[in-house]
Each structure stands twice: as structure tokens, then as C-alpha cells.
Write a protein that binds this ligand. Structure first.
Ligand SMILES: Nc1ncnc2c1ncn2[C@@H]1O[C@H](COP(=O)(O)OP(=O)(O)OP(=O)(O)O)[C@@H](O)[C@H]1O
Ligand SMILES: [Mg+2]
Length: 228
């Protein structure tokens, strides 16, 4: 089943008289549960593509279709509800709230949505991520890998359909990075979550079901194309 699509998706930035096509006419389809890596050199448009696909940024033209519905029809409030309930985000910087414990950080999106937490699901999640003994600690008492695993649990707390990750292992050493990637893959598969992950690291990209390669805003290679 297709969960996310984009048609003729373009994002332009203007600097003086120059127009930069950070995303140039992308036409893509993402299947539910699929793990896609987006790769390419610095400045090729990886983060921008992730931002427009996830509605964190508005496209200049073209459209994004989530679960069969064009996001063009959504107003800002509907988009923010969609992002809160159906999308999870993990970035290179863990962005944890320093004054809150691990568990309080994880529960933030659930609280923002005025929902009661699914205790059984959260227990499973923290167990799978191996962070049960960090839940009462502040981020300052955690390693980078532990902080990123808390950030992943926070991104998954609302059971999103799609997890968007931008260089999630970028701040970690090789070993912690591999551990975090293995866990991301595992939890996505375990909970049927579609994973769209930006990385410039080919070893990371090779772990994906499908690799999209960008160059100057264009998708120049899509290993999933043959399968569609
Ligand atoms: N807010 C902005 N204003 C102007 N230009 C921007 C902006 N954000 C990105 N760009 C430009 O768009 C292009 C794509 O940038 P983007 O950040 O998407 O690349 P990237 O592939 O994620 O790079 P990196 O690997 O360094 O993170 C670059 O030329 C960049 O300079
Ligand atoms: Mg980037």
C-alpha cells in the first residue's frame, strides 16, 4: 500500500538574483513499511526533500499526497496535527528538553496531543531500544547514543505511520551509530513504520530496502524503481 507520494515536487530558494532548485521535480512513491535511504553529496537537497515530504516546509510547486490525500487541501493547523499524530522526526541533534527526564521527553508528544500513553507499547519500545535504565535520568547524564535512542522513542511515542530521520547517526561514533541504525530498522519493522532516512554515509544507506540518490536537487538514481 502506498503511504506517501510526491508529484512534480519542487522547492526553490532565492539568493539575490539566483534561484536554487533544492528539490527539482521529484516524483516518488513510498510504500508502507518500506525503509528508504536518501543519499547524495552535501547541498544536493536531501534535507530539503525530507522537509517538503514531511510538510515541515512548503513546496514551491507540486504536491505531496499522504494516504491518498493531497496535503494541498490541509491548512496549517491540519498539517501540524498530521505531523504530530502520523509523522515522527529524528534529527542529527537529539533536541531533548534538558530539564526533563528521559521518560518525560518521550511522553512530550503524547501529552501535547492530550492523549493518555499506551503503557504496554511504551514499555515495549523502551525495552527494544534498551533505555529502560535511563528513563529517570536527565539528558546530561546520558551518552549521545542513549540520547538519540530517547529521541527515537519520543518520535515513535504516538505510533506514527512514517518516521523521518535526517542524519540520525551523524553525531555518533561508528559503533553507537551502527547500534542506533540497527534499532531504527528493528523498531520500524516491528511496528510496521515507514522509514525515510537521510544519510551521506553509504554504509548506512546500504541497510535500506531502497536508496534514492540526489544530485543538484534531482533524483538521479532510485534502486526501488524497478520494483514499482
Ligand atoms: N533556507 C535556505 N535558504 C537558501 N538556500 C537554502 C536553504 N536551505 C537549503 N538551501 C540550499 O539548498 C540546497 C540543498 O540544501 P540541503 O540542506 O537540502 O542539502 P543537503 O543535501 O541536506 O546537504 P547536507 O548533506 O550538507 O546536509 C543547497 O544549495 C543549500 O545551500
Ligand atoms: Mg542536510
Amino acid at each position: 500500500m502506498t503511504i506517501l507520494e510526491c508529484k512534480n515536487l519542487t522547492k526553490e530558494y532565492y539568493s539575490g538574483e539566483n534561484v536554487i532548485k533544492a528539490v527539482d521535480d521529484a516524483n516518488l512513491t513510498f510504500e508502507q513499511g518500506e525503509f528508504t535511504a536518501i543519499t547524495g553529496p552535501s547541498g544536493s537537497g536531501k534535507s530539503t526533500l525530507l522537509h517538503v515530504l514531511s510538510s515541515l516546509a512548503n513546496p514551491t510547486s507540486g504536491e505531496v499526497i499522504y494516504n491518498g490525500e493531497s496535503l494541498k487541501k490541509y491548512n496549517d493547523k491540519q498539517l501540524s496535527i498530521l505531523r504530530r499524530r502520523r509523522f515522527g522526526f529524528v534529527f542529527q541533534a537529539y533536541n531533548l528538553v534538558q530539564e526533563l527526564t528521559g521518560m518525560e521527553n518521550i511522553l512530550l508528544p503524547v501529552m501535547l496531543d492530550k492523549k493518555s500513553p499506551d503503557e504496554a507499547y511504551l514499555n515495549k519500545l523502551t525495552e527494544v531500544l534498551g533505555i529502560e535504565d535511563r528513563l529517570s535520568h536527565l539528558p546530561s547524564a546520558m551518552s549521545g547514543g542513549q540520547q538519540q535512542r530517547i529521541a527515537i522513542a519520543r518520535a515513535l511515542a504516538n505510533k506514527p505511520a512514517i518516521l523521518f530521520a535526517d542524519e540520525p547517526t551523524g553525531n555518533l561514533d561508528g559503533k553507537s551509530g551502527r547500534e542506533v541504525l540497527t534499532l531504527l530498522k528493528y523498531v520500524s519493522a516491528e511496528f510496521g513504520i515507514t522509514l525515510i532516512l537521510v544519510t551521506h554515509d553509504l554504509n548506512v544507506a546500504e541497510q535500506a530496502d531502497r536508496i534514492l540518490t540526489l544530485s543538484d536537487g534531482k533524483v538521479v538514481r532510485d534502486t526501488g524503481e524497478a520494483a514499482q
